[in-house]
Design a protein around this ligand. Sequence first.
Ligand code: HGY
Ligand code: MN
Ligand code: MN
Length: 421
Amino acid sequence: MGQPELHIDLARLLDRIETLGAIGAIVGVEPEHRGCARLALTEEDKLGRDLVVEWMHALGLEVSVDHLGNVVGTRAGLTDGPAVMCGSHIDTVASGGRFDGNLGVLAGLEVVATLNDAGITTQHPLAVAFFTNEEGARFAPDMMGSLVYVGGMPLEQALDTVGIDGSRLGDDLESIGYMGATPVPGAVPRAYVELHIEQGPVLEAEGVRIGVVEQVQGISWQELTISGESNHAGTTPMSHRHDAGYVAGHLMQYVRSLAADIGGHQVATCGAVTLTPNLINVVAANAVLTVDLRNTDEQILRDAEQRFAAECDRIAEAEGVTISSRVLARFEPVDFDPLVVDEVEAAADSLGLTHRRMPSGAGHDAQMLARVCPSGMVFVPSIHGISHNPAEDTDPDDLEAGANTLLRVMMTLASQQKDLQ
Ligand code: HGY
Ligand code: MN
Ligand code: MN
């Protein structure tokens, strides 16, 4: 049976994006750079959750909240059994945009609204999910909610995670009222599809409308604690210093040169550094530095980690400091299910949209769902390739193209008789 020619309602989708984006709203360098800051498990996150849950109920979805606050809205099918799930996250980084994660969840609601308007019930149930703490910026690792959902991290370990501000994740989850009753790991979906902005420059540079995502690259996060010796900035000869600030600066420069030397997909970022006592006339006693290394190739990523660790040993010896490292996240590259990838490509084709296959530079909940069910992603272009920045933006026509592609894929996967697993 051919699919009816259904299209999403762009005005309705844009309205939800702007309404949710107003919660925790921040303005960037220019007034039109409207982002949002809804760090996981803050009051802003709670308000965003409350709004999306309200929309889920209004759409007639059956809403469940699990022990880690993952929220799933389910729409009954003609048959019972595993749902075809879409979704993403609605928590943001502190300098977030209003599309990262939010688009995938709100486009999922738009798929449901479109089917409701058309009076269509799919063969298999549908579900729209948002997962707790995808960003990992406050509580590492990232994609924590979906990782717990698929059984990749024990619930207690997640609840006991201490954030960068010293708070315990479980306490904040309880205080925002989202420590739900549904057990984890969660119900295994029939398939999972995530619509997301690319957050990079490729689609825009090539003038392509849809990214057919084949893989998510590997991620290595660590926190270094560099212990030196505070001393007087004026009286201490350079040869007598054990300067934690200098070592932090050296390693920040080293990761940059490491990425350049490796080339290809290798990226390296030191996004956070804290010096103690952080005073103009004191040689820093301590430094805490985060290191984010990523590559599409697991062996190259391991080599990068080993080269970095060797440089840490060398500079620690030379400067007379100690360096300890704590792993905050470590995920190998994930390949998506060829069947779902093909369905995304076919959907874009059927809509007459240009498309290209590509890896994802960012981490996503889809890489965790891929552990338990056939999963895939749909990308839409990011203007100037910018993300994790209030200037994050995507052309409304591309938002519409992405949501229509998601609609097509969801309807196909939710109507197919054949077994997907
Ligand atoms: O870090 C990431 O790739 C994602 O934004 N959590
Ligand atoms: Mn995201
Ligand atoms: Mn993000």
